[in-house]
Write a protein that binds this ligand. Sequence first.
Ligand code: ATP
Length: 355
Amino acid sequence: MPETPNTQWLLEVENLACGYGGDSVVRNISFALSHGDIGCLLGPSGCGKSTILRALAGFLPINEGEIRLQSRAISLPGRAMPPEKRKIGMVFQDYALFPHLTIADNVGFGLKELAKQERRQKVMDLLHLVHLQDLADNYPHELSGGQQQRVALARALAPEPTLILLDEPFSNLDTDLRRRLSLDVREILKSLGISAILVTHDQQEAFAMCDQVAVLQNGQIQQWDVPYNLYHEPANRFVASFVGQGGFIPGKALGPDTIESELGVIDGNRAYKWKPGTLVDVLIRPDDIVYDAESDLKPRVIEKTFAGTSTLYRFQCSGDTEFEALFRSHLDFNLGEQVPVRVEADHLIAFERNT
Ligand SMILES: Nc1ncnc2c1ncn2[C@@H]1O[C@H](COP(=O)(O)OP(=O)(O)OP(=O)(O)O)[C@@H](O)[C@H]1O
């Protein structure tokens, strides 16, 4: 959060606390989104993602802090700009289209002040943008889920909002369509330079679509960062476990960037302040492990999950340490087989034991 107002930020949320019936279910929420960026609120069910989104939209009063849009306060305790004045568009999980209106009329719903011809032109431009120009005169029930969600996006974009809020917009769609549509929506928003906040519990979607992600737990932001850093430099154990695959193995610090473990001595590029001998837990991600025919480390395969191009193995060392490794599937090993492997991790992620 900048010390002084900075025009770089489109949206600034500072020490926000809000909730229901006077109680706060989210607290100390601070983040800032640059113009044209897509941000994400990511976290498990019940962590408070939708609550923050409702406060941004103006549907929920706030108990503490401040929300600023284009440097202007839109929510303060006891004072809030009404939702319809915020120039914020919304896209919901269930599309929320009007069933009795055509696709064109759904998109043009918020453009009643425009002359008929101008309105039709704008609607058709938006339908082109979402590749649905041929379905302008159809009704929502004649469209697939993915197409309906494109209509919902076009409708939200029609009044030229400053910010778009997307509340789990792809959760009703199958995995493949989700992935494609999330990339399409990113491209559309980027081509228009429109900022957005996406709420999701799906990290792949968050990573594919967003520039900055807030990982939430129990109503608090654990880390607000670019996807790469969340994966490679998680701020705490929760973020480390929630983001990506992987698990912790026990280790002992030898120096600031070296840990001894049952998988051998692990070096990293991150220096910690531990004294030699400190007991730690080291994060091992499946892609940190490589097959190496020369390695003396030969853990045993205890689980194997074939996934087409790759296979996820669970290994156990002789001293009981377990970890996972992802290999291309032509490296095919049997349950019980001992496989020579080594750790190849640039980013040493470890936390002191019992923290
Ligand atoms: N209208 C409400 N009245 C009272 N409590 C609510 C209300 N809506 C949500 N809550 C509570 O606030 C907390 C946060 O809920 P919220 O819906 O923001 O979580 P979420 O992260 O969006 O979850 P999900 O992914 O399941 O939608 C939960 O404990 C929830 O029970």
